[in-house]
Design a protein. Structure first.
Ligand code: SF4
Length: 957
């Protein structure tokens, strides 16, 4: 006994599964990168006789420093899952989609079928091929494939995930959370987390929060539910879903009213002092500009070079940029002025002050449920901590106008926000309000505040224009722009002359002009309707569109199998590539078996979403540590193979030969610009150049020798203030991260949004939205942030459906992959609907009982648990645990299909609109409004079946 106790504290494991006879000779440890969630921790994979034995965290990895979570260690069970697909499958002739009635076929045949079909489409009308992907990490390759193919119909999952967070922040401060930036908890004193449960940035954030709390930092969590990170917050502020914007507006009001704003920062580094035209006409609401044509055309987001400010020192109007705020000039933030020609103008900040004036804490209390006194106190705490507990770091830097600063100012208030804020139809303007709040406190790229990660910050608007002209779609021709980008004005929308969307998901149309991540959640419905045209082939990669990745699951399952009058499917050919037999696989005509993350090469690329740190760029890779199971092939290899067979130019030599043998070869030798490739480390013939350099044939080996990660620490003078840091801006341009080395002036006021609003108001001569969308565009493209109720509220009787219903990712699982993982199923095999005890009592539902949860759009039977850790107007559950019976090779009647349930059945994908139904999405970005659904709960009747409803037998839809 005594011996066992001592062994508990020993460094040696109690049971080492890799030990045994000749242990050392038979053991091997390989490093790679985890993919049990999107966080991308470094891991060590322990093998014996080449067989996977266990996985632990890699102590040398910069992201997780050895930490591993339950999901990460359970990767071994992904390898052993009975749900693995192991060979290509073809739907049997005459069988129904959804029945999962397949015949196994050889890869050669599968590739031949697909390549022949795609070649015909490409030679006739490339847009009839659509490629949409789920939570993958290879968008640099998939988007290149789509562009080279010549189809605009490409996107990943961002439109139904968190595009509001990305676009709302990028259009305001030039960067966003997670891969693109995050809270500097090493120097913060106050940390405010909003709408975040378990997160993409899981282990690194947990490590940072632990250190932060040990240093005495104060952590406030604002969330309808107190789980995950909120459970260890010093204070939980319960808020009603979809109301975060009202809170941010009230905080802005309090900070401005009490002069707790960083005025020097606002004057120098934001467009707050820039003068906005008040007079009616086509320049109304745009920034006034000087008339010198050499300084660029009148402003939109891409041309910030000629704005004006009112100088309080000289009492004259002077240029705001590129001279910037010269010493001795004191730009006004308030007041009203007139230009020499009499045009009335006002500083943008004055408009913000007027906008928030009515947003009192009392107003916000009625919306958010947070007491006005608490909002006031929080505003004061934010302002006092950011400005009166500020300090300077002894780090000298030079600003974009050449002025040397001997120190770097810290603003020790850090925010973090995610999907809880974003996944609402009012999410874009809510995120804008948060970004403006962070900006008035001066926290952008400041020590202790929000910090960017390379290649961010981007220009506002980023210099990536999406495809936007029908003339670009031509047979056998690549698109001359990427399918996704960042529009800066109506001319950059992907619409035809009559305003019709050019993409199957209606991205970059008047329905969702700034849909930088596409609208994957609209694809099946639009393709079924033939709106705006019919597809031939839809390829879905690891996206569970027949189940948890879709709104209105019942309807989408029916649509996937819908046939026209001739008995042909409305979506003629459906290809699904996945590692597992998900619900969606059952609907495929052709199934391609993918590998797991332990069986293939992967790249977390600077061209996509690298793992950069605050102090410099970083990227990482996965290398195969075990051979593929059965006949599984990495999807990347399949794309390179298809691209080679189709002779897509980037994959073909001048002599018409295949250029790359496989994905690993492609990664090393492909260059997006001279010297710029998928990987930044060990470039050049000798592997001694970083970031930019000729291809290095030994690059994979170099990464494998270096724990699969490359991390370059930049000099301290480039660590902060990068929106305006001359040294960094020049460096970023030189390394190919940005096309220009311009400053990234923060957009308190967005003239980009105003260009769309002017079009909707009929005040400009160019493109205008169709009549039924004019009011919607004019309202939501407000150049200043505002709060409005989620769109769904207009169609739902709140008295009948008094509760908000939301989902969260459980800490032990990520998406639908993990609720079939043998180890993780032992943690949760089903989910509950959590409700406050007072809500359950009022509805007459006992703790632990079956109940009905019902929205205007559908109803689901589920198990209810009461919880004090949820605000009383909200019910919630874990997402993606409920499964269709028989899917994922789970035994018939498995808990996941009987007790687990899917909230998606209650969510609509469309809302009524004047000119016909519109997507249930944010009108600016197209972000799916998952968390806007309103519900009520009721007890089950006596004798009802103790199982979730609806149920789906295989073959039913
Ligand atoms: S946080 Fe995500 S990436 Fe990191 S170990 Fe856990 S599952 Fe893997």
């Amino acid at each position: 006994m005594r011996h066992a106790v001592f062994r508990l504290f020993a460094r040696e494991p109690l049971h080492d599964p890799t030990r045994g006879p000749d242990a050392d000779a038979r053991r091997e440890v390989k490093t790679t990168t985890c993919y049990m969630c999107a966080c991308r921790c470094g891991i060590r994979v322990h093998l014996r006789d080449g067989e996977l034995r266990y996985i632990d965290g890699n102590p040398n990895h910069p992201l997780n420093r050895g930490v591993i979570c339950a999901k990460g260690s359970a990767g071994i069970m992904k390898q052993r899952s009975p749900a693995r697909l192991t060979q290509p499958l073809l739907r049997k002739a005459g069988s129904e989609r959804g029945a999962g009635d397949f015949e196994p076929i050889a890869w050669d045949r599968a590739l031949e079928i697909l390549a022949t079909r795609l070649a015909k489409i490409r030679a006739s009308d490339p847009k009839k091929f659509a490629l949409f992907t789920g939570r993958d990490q290879m968008q640099a390759l998939t988007s290149l494939f789509a562009r080279q193919f010549g189809t605009p119909n490409y996107a990943a999952h961002g439109g139904f995930c968190s595009v509001n967070m990305a676009a709302g922040m990028i259009y305001t401060i030039g960067g966003s959370f997670w891969e693109f930036g995050g809270p500097d908890l090493a120097r913060a004193k106050l940390f405010v987390m909003v709408g975040t449960a378990e997160d993409h940035h899981s282990n690194p954030l947990k490590i940072a929060i632990a250190d932060f709390k040990r240093r005495g930092g104060r952590f406030v969590s604002i969330n309808p539910v107190r789980t995950g990170y909120s459970a260890i917050a010093d204070e939980w502020i319960a808020i009603r879903p979809g109301t975060d914007g009202a809170l941010f507006m009230a905080l802005l009001r309090e900070l401005i009213a009490n002069d707790l704003v960083d005025r020097a920062f606002l004057k120098r580094f934001t467009n707050a002092p820039q003068l906005v035209v008040l007079d009616a006409g086509e320049r109304e609401g745009m920034f006034a500009h000087d008339r010198d044509p050499a300084r660029g055309p009148p402003g939109d987001g891409r041309h910030p070079h000629n704005k004006l400010v009112f100088d309080l020192a000289s009492r004259t109007i002077v240029a705001a940029y590129p001279e910037g705020v010269a010493d001795g000039v004191d730009p006004a933030l308030e007041g009203r002025y007139a230009l020499a020609d009499g045009t009335r103008v006002v500083p943008a900040f004055e408009l913000l002050r007027e906008r928030v004036a009515a947003c009192t804490p009392e107003w916000a209390e009625t919306i958010t449920g947070i007491a006005a006194s608490r909002i006031r106190a929080l505003a004061r705490e934010l302002g006092v901590t950011a400005l009166r507990e500020a300090f300077e770091l002894p780090i000298a830097w030079t600003d974009a106008w050449g002025k040397r600063h001997p120190t770097t100012p810290a603003r020790p208030v850090a925010f973090h926000a995610m999907r809880g804020v974003a996944a609402h139809s009012n999410g874009f303007q809510t995120v804008r309000a948060l970004a403006v709040l962070m900006s008035v406190l001066g926290t952008i790229d400041a020590p202790g505040g929000f910090r960017h990660k390379a290649p961010y910050p981007r220009h506002i608007v980023p210099n990536f224009r999406a495809f936007n002209s029908p003339a670009m779609i031509r047979p056998d021709t690549p698109l001359n722009a990427a399918p996704l980008g960042f529009p800066a004005n109506p001319d950059e929308l992907a619409i035809g002359d009559d305003g019709t969307p050019m993409r199957i998901d209606h991205a970059f149309s008047w329905e969702a002009p700034l849909s930088a991540h596409g609208l994957m959640h609209t694809v099946v419905r639009n393709a079924t309707r033939g709106d705006p045209y019919r597809l031939d082939t839809l390829l879905l990669f690891m996206a569970n569109m027949a189940w948890n990745s879709t709104m209105n699951t019942v309807a989408v399952r029916e649509m996937l199998n819908r046939k026209n009058a001739d008995g042909q499917h409305e979506i003629p050919f459906l290809v699904v590539c996945d590692a597992f037999r998900s619900e969606t696989v059952e609907f495929a005509d052709l199934v391609l078996p993918d590998t797991t993350y332990l069986e293939r090469h992967d790249v977390m690329s600077i061209l996509d979403r690298p793992i950069s740190e605050f102090d410099g760029p970083a990227d990482s890779v996965r290398v195969p540590v075990v051979p593929p199971l059965g006949e599984c092939r990495p999807f990347q290899d399949v794309l390179v193979e298809l691209a080679s067979r189709l002779k897509l130019p980037a994959f073909t030599t001048a002599a018409g030969e295949r250029k790359f043998s496989d994905y690993a070869d492609f990664v090393v030798r492909y260059e997006s610009a001279p010297g710029v490739g998928f990987l930044m480390g060990w470039r050049g013939a000798n592997g001694d150049e970083h970031l930019r350099g000729a291809p290095n044939p030994d690059q994979w080996q170099k990464y494998a020798e270096n724990d699969c990660v490359f991390h370059l620490r930049l000099p301290e003078s480039m660590h902060y203030m990068r929106n305006w840091n001359r040294e960094y801006l020049d460096y970023a341009k030189d390394k190919g991260w940005r096309q220009k080395n311009d400053v990234v002036q923060i957009c308190i006021y967005s003239d980009t949004l105003q260009t769309f609003r002017l079009a909707a108001q009929g005040k400009t001569a160019g493109r205008r939205p169709p009549p039924h969308l004019r009011e919607r565009i004019a309202t939501h493209f407000d150049p200043l942030p505002f709060w409005s109720p989620p769109l769904e509220d207009a169609f739902v009787d709140r008295a009948r459906y008094p509760l908000a219903a939301i989902t969260q990712r459980p800490m032990a699982m990520y998406h639908s992959w993990d609720s079939q993982n043998a180890w993780l199923r032992q943690i949760h095999s089903h989910n509950y609907l959590f409700a406050h005890p007072s809500v359950a009592r009022a509805a007459g539902v006992d703790d632990g009982a079956w109940c009905w949860v019902e929205s205007r759009w559908g109803r689901v039977r589920c198990l209810l648990r009461t919880s004090e850790a949820v605000e009383p107007g909200t019910v919630w559950t874990w997402n993606a645990i409920g499964k269709a019976d028989g899917a994922w090779q789970l035994a018939p009647g498995a808990d996941e299909a009987r007790k687990g349930f899917l909230l998606n059945h209650l969510i609509t994908d469309e809302l009524p609109g004047e000119g016909g139904a519109v997507s249930n999405s944010d009108p600016v970005t197209g972000q799916a409004g998952w968390y806007d659904v309103r519900v009520r709960i009721a007890p089950c009747s006596a004798g009802e079946e103790a199982a979730t409803s609806p149920q789906f037998a295989r073959g039913a839809h």
